[in-house]
Design a protein around this ligand. Structure first.
Ligand code: FCB
Length: 461
């Protein structure tokens, strides 16, 4: 491909701004830690949700998961062996504040301090997510994210955690995928706390955003001068299934719901009007939005975290209330989750975020694929589809960078096979295979591919 002068200069500008991409892996506390009753940890909404009959495949729970709480040293060694440069993990709020309020539980904080010090010893950058879906159950009993008070409690938790770990952690993510928390958790009910009520979901989404803004302030106040703060959103290109007027309008609504409902208040200080109109038409005036909230939500962030898995193809269906969109139809190939594999969607998304919301440093905080891997064979797990997935998505990302997207970091989801929420242990996303009977970890071909890719990129830099 010959570069036009314009794209060459964009590439140089992009490279000068962001330098070489840093490579990481991501995990989340409830999906790997286990040890749900150790170290004074309180109950979380996922502990409770896993007990609801039929809520999680096979009745699986995160009680043991990857037993990372006890095996974290081995897991850090694995990361070291894979040349991982940055580790995005999450802190379990119920370990830090078992009831979601009050003083810090020293044992909970001590676990994360050991983990972070272990990372630093190995030269791996720690990136801490404060909320990856494990709300203290006591907070849910007090109203959960539907209650404004939860935003204030979250800011307190952020403040305590930043004060306790700010000397060793400088990069913070407030929330992971508030869309999923609000809508999967409160409208569709497929994730904890399993509520099915749109007005509640909308209120929750506002309180999640508000809590983010309050936490940004708290981290800046407590986390030391080097603290950098961002938020992670799950974003997806929403493409009309046909060129019909109806499908195009439905795709625009889906884009509003998935992407702009969070991007606009964070980066433009207002909710998207078309979606406000749509929701208010169905559910009456939005509740819980108070004067001054917009400014808090839009407090400047240092980077935007983007989780990308698949694009959405949207067909109009007036029966689907409130969005009037049919269920997305993924094109082949798909992963074991039924998610369409389309690396072009990542490129499209990055260019769109850059165009509509940039300039803005972006980290791809999750990207990866579940496949039905066969078990270890001769000390390795062969997963050619996952290797291809990574290769294609990293190429798409580099293309977006070359054309001006300011992407700094890429995190493969995930280091280990783990507890995949309502899918239990059926869905394996790891670069490293886990035998959940023995807790034995065996690298997959994709993990070794990633290791080599990091090394050659580093050497070429
Ligand atoms: C994302 C979640 C992450 C994991 C991946 C597959 O939505 O943030 O915890 O479940 O999907």
């Amino acid at each position: 491909m010959t570069a036009t002068p314009r794209s060459r200069s964009a590439r140089e500008a992009g490279a000068a701004r962001s330098g070489r991409l840093r490579f990481g892996v991501a995990t989340a506390a409830y999906q790997i830690e286990g040890a749900v009753r150790d170290g004074g940890r309180g109950e979380s909404i996922w502990d409770r949700f896993c007990r609801v009959p039929g809520a999680v495949a096979n009745g699986d729970t995160g009680d043991v998961a990857c037993d990372h709480y006890h095996r974290w040293r081995d897991d850090l060694d694995i990361m070291g062996a894979l040349n991982v440069e940055s580790y995005r993990f999450s802190i379990a709020w119920p370990r830090v504040q078992p009831d979601g309020r009050g003083p810090v539980n020293p044992e909970g904080i001590a676990f994360y301090r050991r983990l972070v010090e272990g990372l630093l010893e190995r030269g791996i950058e720690p990136v801490a997510t404060l909320y990856h879906w494990d709300l203290p159950q006591a907070r849910q009993d007090a109203g959960g994210w539907a209650a404004r008070e939860t935003a204030e409690r979250f800011a307190e938790y952020a403040q305590l955690t930043a004060a306790a770990l700010g000397d060793v952690v400088t990069r913070w993510i407030t929330h992971n995928e508030p869309w999923v928390v609000a809508f999967a958790g409160h409208a569709h009910g497929t994730k904890a706390p399993g509520i099915r009520d749109w007005p509640t979901a909308l209120r929750a989404s506002h309180h999640l955003l508000l809590s983010h803004g309050l936490a940004v302030e708290a981290i800046r106040a407590e986390g030391g001068p080097d603290a950098e703060v961002g938020i992670t959103l799950n974003l997806a290109p929403a493409r009309p299934a046909s060129s019909s007027e109806a499908d195009r309008a439905a795709a625009l609504r889906m884009d509003g719901h998935m992407n702009r409902w969070f991007l606009d208040p964070l980066l433009r200080r207002r909710y998207p009007e078309d979606l406000v109109d749509l929701f208010e038409r169905h559910f009456g005036p939005l509740e819980g939005i108070e004067p001054g909230d917009a400014e808090v939500i839009a407090r400047p962030i240092d980077f935007l975290g983007v989780n990308y898995y698949f694009p959405l193809t949207v067909q109009a269906d007036p029966r689907m209330v409130p969005l009037g969109t049919g269920s997305p139809r993924p094109a082949e190939p798909t992963t074991a989750m039924g998610w369409e594999v389309d690396a072009g969607g990542l490129y499209e998304l990055l260019m769109r975020v850059t165009r509509d919301y940039g300039p803005l440093p972006v980290d791809i905080t999750e990207n990866g694929a579940a496949y039905a891997d066969s078990g270890p064979n001769g000390g390795i797990v062969d997963d050619p589809e996952r290797v291809a997935y990574l290769e294609q998505h990293l190429a798409a990302l580099e293309r977006a960078r070359a054309e001006g997207a300011d992407v700094r970091r890429y995190y493969a989801w995930s280091l280990l096979d783990n507890f995949e929420w309502e899918h239990g242990y059926d869905m394996r996303f790891g670069l490293v295979h886990v035998d959940f009977e023995t807790q034995r970890r065996v690298p997959k071909r994709s993990g070794l591919w990633y290791r080599d890719h990091i090394r050659t990129t580093r050497e070429g830099a």
